[in-house]
Write a protein that binds this ligand. Structure first.
Ligand code: SF4
Length: 489
């Protein structure tokens, strides 16, 4: 069970949290196994699509265009959804979204809600607000149910319980559902969850969901899912409340075509999600009698205002970047201290939080580019990470030890005279630290001379370099010296 809070305002810095989690061998094994399985399935399905790159480009253009004209398309969505009998609410921040949803649930006369997996409700910590108001929320997605019953935290956008293996899940179900004889096959676990949830689907009359897309042209809302629990929540209750980030709007019905091909392949390695639900407003005798959409800003307009960070909002929450990221695959999701983990979390969370919190997240990346390679809407995550690192430096001022060191290095690199002087000084300064065991590291057949060798310990902040590796000492003869000598010879 993770004790690391997924609230960027109180979570520990990424490096500290990651260090703690790297010691959990079982968690790392679970995360690597699950991400390997999803990546392999995704790879095969991408290979069979000849037009994959065209689909990506088309999806990028649709999402970028929608963001450029967000005001127009949100207005259009509101008009069409309202005309169809739904009600639109606008929430500036998490507190406002919580207030609106709690008010609507109370109005519906219910003290319980069933919930479809939703990142936006996680983001605004809706379950806590509902509990505080005396309303119990039942998660109906299998992975979310595991997290809820295990009193754990989600660690992945698409598969929140990815850090748990089957034996751990079985233990949670046995304990919380009082099933001492529960088997450990996937079918046993799914059956237990089905029986547990069926009673809730039939009894609870109010549902809360998120959404994958809002369609301006029709006033429609789209949710894609694999288990059918979403379809139950969308159709059985009397009241349906959907909390959706404002960036989720797309202009036309037809725009779903590339998106709905890219999303399941990127997310779970499926050709198509088994359940694709679309609804707009209410209809007598069919589905919920009251439908509400809460359009959530919570920092998104600030992201939109930043021309270099804006493309972050193109995200369709497929989590392909998480599965591909070598950093996420080692640490799992809890280290990110936010419901958005992995590369997308590293760029989205600091921007939603105005960079006041999560300053370490833009550094939670090796900048290898694997995330950019797999992103179905072509978000250049490494570029946004660098942009955010610049912001962190600006925010912290120019007088931190790191920025002063960088200034000194920049000054040395700008002048040949200063550069040579720095090299001479460096050689003198390092000499007491260089290991004397020269032969240990020598390459067979090459003679080592002078203080050629390795440094195993550096003082202070520089110790970060030598904690886990040795640093090669500076060569006696620099390239410039060698070149000049060669010219004279
Ligand atoms: S950034 Fe791209 S790859 Fe990552 S979750 Fe969003 S859409 Fe998927």
């Amino acid at each position: 069970m993770s004790r690391i809070p997924l609230d960027p305002r109180t979570a520990p810095p990424f490096q500290a949290a990651a260090k703690a989690l790297l010691g959990d061998a079982q968690l790392r094994k679970n995360v690597r196994h699950a991400t390997d399985v999803i990546q392999n399935k995704r790879r095969k399905l991408v290979e069979e699509k000849q037009d994959w790159q065209l689909l990506r480009e088309s999806a990028r253009q649709i999402r970028a265009h929608a963001l450029q004209h967000l005001d127009v398309y949100l207005d259009e969505f509101e008009r069409n959804f309202t005309r169809a009998g739904g009600t639109v609410h606008w929430a500036r921040d998490a507190a406002e979204a919580q207030r609106i949803v709690v008010g609507l649930v109370k109005e519906s006369g219910s003290s319980e809600v069933i919930k479809i997996k939703s990142m936006t409700t996680e983001e605004v910590q809706l379950n806590n607000a509902l509990e505080a108001a005396g309303i119990h929320a039942y998660e109906t997605d299998l992975a979310e149910l595991i997290i809820q019953l295990g009193e754990d935290q989600p660690s992945h956008i698409v598969v929140p319980a990815l850090h748990k293996n089957r034996a751990q899940i079985r233990e949670i179900f046995r304990r919380t559902m009082n099933l001492p004889d529960l088997g450990d096959k996937p079918a046993d676990l799914a059956d237990a969850a089905r029986r547990f949830l069926r009673e809730k689907f039939l009894r609870v009359k109010t549902a809360v969901s998120g959404a994958n897309f809002l369609i301006a042209e029709t006033g429609g809302i789209c949710i894609v899912e694999s288990e059918g629990n979403g379809r139950m929540c969308l159709t059985l209750p009397d009241t349906l409340i959907s909390v959706v980030g404002i960036e989720k709007v797309i202009p036309r019905w037809q725009d779903l075509e590339p998106l709905i091909q890219l999303l399941p392949r990127s997310a779970t390695g499926e050709r198509m999600n088994p359940y694709n639900s679309l609804w707009s407003g209410v209809h007598p005798g069919d589905g919920p009698r009251a439908m509400h959409v809460v359009l959530l800003d919570n920092g998104r307009t600030n992201v939109l205002a930043d021309s270099e960070g804006r493309e972050t909002l193109q995200c369709i929450r497929c989590a392909a970047c998480q599965n591909a990221c070598p950093v996420y695959r080692q640490t799992g999701g809890h280290a990110y201290g936010s419901v958005y983990a992995g590369p997308i979390g590293a760029i989205l969370t600091p921007q939603l939080m105005h960079m006041e919190h999560s300053q370490t997240l833009p550094y939670a990346s090796s900048l290898c580019g694997a995330c950019y390679e797999v992103c179905p809407v072509k978000i250049n995550i490494p570029e946004v990470l660098i942009h955010l690192r610049n912001k962190v430096v600006e925010q912290n001022g120019w007088y931190t030890p790191e920025s002063l060191a960088m200034k000194a290095v920049a000054a040395a690199f700008r002048s040949e005279r200063r550069f040579r002087a720095a090299q001479r000084l460096g050689r003198i300064a390092e000499s007491p630290l260089v290991k004397s065991e020269k032969q240990k590291f020598s390459i067979v057949g090459q003679k080592q001379t002078g203080n050629t060798g390795w440094i195993g310990w550096l003082p202070g902040l520089l110790g970060g370099w030598t904690d886990t590796r040795d640093l090669q000492a500076m060569p006696e003869e620099t390239f410039r010296d060698w070149w000049e000598k060669r010219g004279k010879a």
